[in-house]
Design a protein around this ligand. Structure first.
Ligand SMILES: NC(=O)c1ccc[n+]([C@@H]2O[C@H](COP(=O)([O-])OP(=O)(O)OC[C@H]3O[C@@H](n4cnc5c(N)ncnc54)[C@H](O)[C@@H]3O)[C@@H](O)[C@H]2O)c1
Length: 255
């Protein structure tokens, strides 16, 4: 009797703060094998994956982790180790706005090279889905009253959001030129367990623990120049779409 091959999901950036939860979500909600790619040199931590696997040893046989810096293409050898891939979630990126303002060139180059490496890989392996994780920041500032819509104009406010916008437009070009089965989601700010200590909730937690009085200021946004002025809008609600899309993919194709 023929045994059916399990689906394989490739997640890049699985050592990141959202990636490690996405990895667990996929393991919890499917019977798929999961391959993770991360450099572990761009804020990713092996411990985030290891801590989860220690708590859930039953998942271990379904997870493979390869250390690879995606500013370099995926080599034939690595591709052969990865094997067949059905779905890709491309989450790897530098994602700290402050860092991007301090080091814009290297930051943008990293994120552009990551998407190029992954799209070239997707052209070769032809996945059923290529889910690109983007940010609501590509749309620029909001007025807090209305929502961004899909295909709204892209008006990045800093090098990070410009690099995410660049990833989006390159992915769209690959979709239109090569038929990459692309889904883009624009996440809003996330926070949760195992997040970087540099993020706002962790800073607040540390201050509260140390019982220190702190002042938190709200950053004022730069107004775009007059030739570029547009009504700022509220962020998109795509985080929910991401979750529902992953659930849809898993319920449609697993088990
Ligand atoms: N955190 C948020 O609030 C937020 C909001 C909107 C969108 N996003 C997007 O979600 C994704 C994950 O964000 P996060 O907060 O978990 O960030 P993170 O920094 O915690 O994780 C990013 C991961 O990508 C990996 N990575 C970066 N460059 C790489 C490279 N060249 N090669 C291999 N791996 C590389 C890092 O090592 C890390 O594991 C990013 O694409 C980010 O732009 C995050």
């Amino acid at each position: 009797m023929l045994t059916q091959r399990r689906m394989t999901l490739l997640i890049t950036g699985a050592g990141g703060s959202i990636g490690c939860h996405t990895l667990k979500h996929a393991l919890d909600n499917t019977n798929w094998n999961i391959v993770s790619l991360d450099s572990f040199r761009h804020r990713g931590l092996t411990d985030r994956i290891e801590v989860m696997l220690q708590a859930h040893p039953e998942f271990r046989s379904r997870v493979r982790v390869y250390t690879h810096d995606l500013t370099a293409p995926i080599s034939d050898l690595l591709a052969s180790k990865i094997g067949e891939v059905d779905h890709i979630i491309n989450m790897a990126s530098l994602s700290d706005v402050h860092d991007s303002i301090l080091h814009p060139v290297g930051f943008i180059q990293n994120n552009v090279n990551v998407i190029l490496a992954m799209l070239e890989y997707a052209r070769a392996v032809k996945p059923k889905t290529f889910l690109q994780i983007s940010s609501d920041e590509v749309y620029g500032p909001t007025d807090g009253k209305s929502f961004h819509k899909e295909w709204d104009p892209i008006v990045p406010s800093n090098p990070y959001s410009a690099s995410k916008a660049a990833q989006e437009v390159i992915a769209i070009a690959y979709w239109r030129t090569y038929g990459i089965p692309l889904i883009i989601v624009n996440l809003m700010n996330n926070f949760g367990e195992m997040q970087s200590p540099a993020k706002f909730p962790a800073i607040v937690q540390r201050k509260v623990r140390a019982a220190r009085a702190s002042t938190f200021t709200r950053a004022t946004r730069q107004t775009p120049s007059s030739s570029c002025s547009r009504t700022p809008r509220l962020t998109s609600t795509s985080k929910a779409r991401l979750t529902s899309r992953i659930v849809t993919i898993s319920s449609a194709t697993s088990k």
